[in-house]
Unconditional design. Structure first.
Length: 142
């Protein structure tokens, strides 16, 4: 795997992850989050912590791209990207929000929406990584 492809995958997944998280959590779920303000930082405090969001997205992206690059097979990229997005969703999203639900008083409908919306995000991220990091078809004869 070339450094150029890995770098391109990192940038693409980082940008898409950042935008999708903003869309999901900053716009689509904003009203739901406002119903439980005691669970979130106030706006000014949240804004001062924004660099940590970007750091978190970068760390997630590094792991996401690295794991995919190590496991990519000489198979169609579309199927691999769908499976990888689903697996990442289970590990990074479903587990996290179920744990949050167990330890914080999040409404069940909010948790269900977080999990559902992030499924779409993870599928897109998995497909993006797969499209960029796909292997060239093998030329070996069987």
């Amino acid at each position: 795997m070339s450094f150029k492809k890995l770098s391109l995958a990192f940038v693409a997944v980082f940008v898409l992850s950042s935008l999708a998280n903003f869309l999901i959590h900053g716009i689509l779920l904003q009203g739901s989050y406002l119903e439980t303000p005691q669970l979130l930082r106030e706006q000014q405090d949240a804004s001062s912590h924004a660099p940590f969001l970007l750091l978190g997205f970068a760390v997630f992206t590094l792991g996401f791209v690295w794991i995919y690059a190590k496991g990519v097979e000489d198979k169609p990229w579309l199927g691999q990207g769908l499976r990888y997005g689903l697996a990442a969703w289970l590990v990074a999203t479903v587990s996290r929000y179920v744990i949050y639900y167990a330890i914080q008083p999040w409404p069940g409908k909010v948790v269900a929406m977080q999990i559902s919306l992030e499924l779409l995000m993870m599928i897109v991220l998995g497909l993006t990584a797969a499209a960029i990091l796909k292997r060239a078809p093998s030329t070996a004869n069987p």
